[in-house]
Design a protein around this ligand. Structure first.
Ligand SMILES: *Cc1c(COP(=O)(O)O)cnc(C)c1O
Length: 417
């Protein structure tokens, strides 16, 4: 293996390390930071102070942000509740609905590839006597709508299904799910963290009743998010999970993070303006990255539906390659692997396992999360780097050698040790 392939030249305009993990968090857009700055200094008022101009100024900024967020998702400003992020939004939505509608029923439906903020919240509710159905996904990562129809019974109060998956970028059929829920009179919540600002989301057209979003996945600051709560057709009620001064229409007490909220609003306004052109740019980079790797490597597979997918997501398995060595080999590129560090052990991703991938294949997977500030030149560098390291690791892989020689690995009886 030549040194040139292992360490590709860094193209002009590319600086290392390269950030390609935009599903984990995104860099702040400088325009968002600029909008926020005054609220850290001169405009420091408490949005709940009703007696003076400092308070009014802060309140006005918060109300403008509410409008900007509402506009992006087809809601009205009064339907937006500010939170500390999507983990809190998901908790508030699911626990708040479970508590409020307990008389009506105790059954909740979700699906297996949800974010932990949804799955762990549902698990806690099971301890309190709620019944939770975890729908499976097909090999492409999508739920089966007939499974959903069959799962709804007369005790079902809530369906919570994510809009876009954070690992494989798969877009669930949200509009169809919303339609089914409304026909059956069941509340529909969606964790739309990865979808908002990336693909069109319209709570009216899609029959979404409650929706979680967060600023730091759309080029805004960390620690601020929102929950959309439908006010009519039907009016959804949510029991507060944090008690205090009765802020946010009683649903979420606590002094508002004014600067963060201004940043979230600005991030939504930019996304609305630029989503269409940005999606094209992301899709072009993603397709190029995939095409380059498929042209030069065998035994690579895309995980999750290609058709129903976020424009900036590429999740690929590099079969017969050891996952950790692969990541170490591309250590100047920030990506995520198909392994999750839980305590001391490396567990394969539960999302990839739900698609039917074996542990080894899951471990050999990489999520390339493209974002607003990535460039085509970066994609070429990353492709060169991955191609080089995969080829090198496979030279060392006895399994890959056997497969190339035509040996069927499934027929081998391995000696016990
Ligand atoms: C990041 C993420 C969350 C958690 O959002 P925070 O604001 O970081 O709490 C929830 N759901 C999905 C799908 C995510 O990607």
């Amino acid at each position: 293996m030549s040194n040139v392939t292992m360490n590709p030249e860094v193209p002009a305009g590319v600086t290392l390390p390269i950030y390609m993990d935009n599903h984990a968090t995104s860099p702040m857009d400088p325009r968002v930071l600029e909008a926020m700055l005054p609220y850290f200094s001169g405009k420091f008022g408490n949005a709940a102070s009703r007696n003076h101009s400092f308070g009014w100024e802060a309140e006005q900024a918060v109300e403008q942000a509410r409008e900007q967020i509402a506009r992006l998702i087809g809601a009205t400003a009064k339907e937006i509740i500010f939170t500390s992020g999507a983990t809190e939004s998901n908790n508030l939505a699911i626990k708040g609905i479970a508590e409020m509608y307990r008389e009506r029923g105790n059954h909740i439906i979700t699906q297996v590839t949800e974010h932990k903020a949804v799955l762990d919240t549902c698990k806690r509710l099971e301890k309190y006597g709620y019944r939770v159905t975890y729908l499976p996904v097909k090999a492409d990562g999508l739920i089966d709508l007939d499974d959903l129809r069959r799962a709804i019974d007369d005790k079902t109060i809530l369906v919570t299904i994510m809009s876009a998956n954070n690992e494989i970028g798969v877009l669930q059929p949200v509009a169809e799910i919303g339609k089914i829920c409304h026909e059956k009179g069941v509340i529909f919540h969606t964790d739309a963290v990865q979808a908002v600002g990336k693909v069109p989301v319209d709570v009216q057209a899609m029959n979404i009743d409650v929706l979680s979003l967060t600023a730091h996945k759309i080029y805004g600051p960390k620690g601020v998010g929102a929950l959309y709560v439908r006010r009519r057709n039907p009016r959804v009620q949510i029991a507060a999970q944090i008690d205090g001064g009765g802020h946010e229409r009683g649903m979420r007490s606590g002094t508002l993070n004014v600067a963060g909220i201004v940043g979230l609003g600005k991030a939504c306004a930019i996304a609305q303006e630029e989503m269409a052109t940005e999606a094209e740019h992301l899709r072009a980079m993603r397709d190029h990255l995939r095409a380059r790797m498929e042209a030069e490597l065998d035994y690579v597979e895309v995980n999750g539906s290609w058709e129903h997918r976020l424009p900036g997501n590429l999740n690929m398995s590099f079969i017969y390659v050891e996952g950790e060595s692969l990541l170490m080999g591309i250590n100047d590129v920030a990506v995520s692997s198909g392994s999750a560090c839980t305590s001391a052990t490396l567990e394969p991703s539960y999302v990839l396992k739900a698609l039917g991938l074996g542990d080894d294949v899951a471990h050999s997977s990489i999520r390339f999360g493209l974002g607003r500030f990535n460039t085509m030149a970066e994609c070429d560098y990353v492709a060169d780097k991955v191609i080089g390291i995969v080829k090198k690791l496979r030279e060392l892989s006895p399994l890959y050698e056997m497969v190339k020689e035509g040996i069927d690995l499934s027929k081998i009886e391995w000696a016990a040790h």
